[in-house]
Write a new protein. Structure first.
Length: 362
């Protein structure tokens, strides 16, 4: 079924997409918008609200009337570059993005076999090379995790794209994104027009966000386990956190996990192609495994993380160290970036992380 859909996408060579239509413009540029798929015409608003979000799209500045473009589309947007499209649900056996080829006014072609690179992980099922058989005498099939960029080379193994898989759109132009869930008829289909970088948009010049002066950061330092008690929204929570040069550093994915579901939630992505960490605000965190694991209580060497860091498509300067293969961020830097309240009770030596209040600089 999956391979049939891939062929049908190639047959959909010419799509009449009329862009001279009414649009809804967001009050703020660069919003992250979630996309629902498999919406039936018979569904009322309550039923639609219960449908799971399948994808998220960052840096959205306009939303278009998708059905006026093509009846098969789920959503249509105008975005600023770079824009990241991320899978939010499991059981995705198709996830692909194409830069459309102009074929005339309002008409594009989907280039067969020219999918944009995908970051993240996918599952495939392969025959056990040992030749083992199951209880019915059939060859034993084993599950294997692969890089999502290699999934198209495993078409016969029916790859399954895991939540967190993403594709980044950087060049101006029109794009087609498709996502399909296993054994579900139809697909989530999105049309996206990329209109250049945020810097190209004519907007009033904004004052820079107040940030503490960045002191020179050493490349390698000793990280000592944080002894302070930590409360997250009033509940004591155990973290594998470290004190580096007098500041507390928390594992990035641990913080994302504990604030997920609150108004200060954010997603964490790794862009293997760009060697960059992407932080997406107002988006639920996707668990990847290993979050909130306890440390061994031993001091370790912290190496300055040189990866670029983006928040909602904009590069930001946040101090981060790598410890045992995990990224640790200065708590107050990350709290300031997402306006999360941080408190310190000297009497009880307690750190407070409070998503109900805003960040206040020391």
């Amino acid at each position: 079924m999956k391979r049939t859909l891939r062929k049908s996408m190639a047959v959909l060579m010419v799509v009449a997409m009329i862009l001279t239509i009414n649009t809804t413009i967001f009050a703020e540029s660069g919003k992250t918008v979630n996309v629902k798929g498999y919406i039936g015409e018979w569904m009322d608003e309550e039923e639609i609200a219960q449908v799971t979000d399948h994808l998220s799209v960052t840096n959205v500045i306009e939303t278009l009337d998708a059905k006026a473009i093509d009846e098969n589309l789920s959503s249509a947007f105008v975005v600023q570059s770079p824009s990241t499209i991320t899978v939010l649900v499991e059981n995705g056996d198709v996830f692909a993005a194409y830069k459309l080829i102009p074929k005339g006014e309002g008409v594009w072609e989907i280039p067969e076999g020219q999918e944009l690179p995908i970051s993240g992980q996918a599952l495939v099922w392969e025959i056990d090379p040992s030749g083992a058989e199951d209880e019915f005498g059939f060859p034993l099939v084993i599950e294997k995790t692969i890089d999502a960029s290699e999934a198209k080379n495993h078409a016969d193994d029916q790859p399954m794209y895991l939540p967190g898989c993403s594709v980044k759109l950087t060049e101006p132009g029109e794009y087609y994104v498709v996502f399909r869930r296993e054994a579900a008829a139809g697909a989530t289909q999105v049309f996206i027009r990329v209109e250049g970088t945020n810097a190209s948009v004519e907007e009033p010049v904004q004052e820079p966000v107040e940030n503490p002066v960045q002191e020179p950061v050493q490349s390698n330092l000793t990280a000592s386990p944080t002894a302070s008690k930590v409360l997250v929204n009033g509940e004591e929570t155990s973290f594998d956190a470290y004190n580096i040069d007098g500041s507390n550093y928390f594992k990035l994915r641990d913080l994302a996990k504990v604030v997920s579901g609150t108004e200060k939630q954010f997603e964490v992505e790794w862009d293997g192609e760009m060697k960059a960490i992407n932080l997406i605000s107002n988006t639920a965190y996707t668990v990847v495994g290993g979050e909130m694991e306890k440390g061994d209580g031993q001091a370790k060497t912290a190496t300055l993380n040189s990866s670029k860091i983006y928040k909602d498509g904009e590069e930001v300067q946040l101090t981060a160290y790598t410890i045992n293969g995990n990224n640790y961020f200065k708590l107050r830097d990350l709290a300031q970036a997402f306006d999360i309240g941080v408190t310190w009770d000297n009497a009880t030596k307690t750190i407070g992380i409070d998503t109900s209040i805003g960040y206040i600089a020391e």
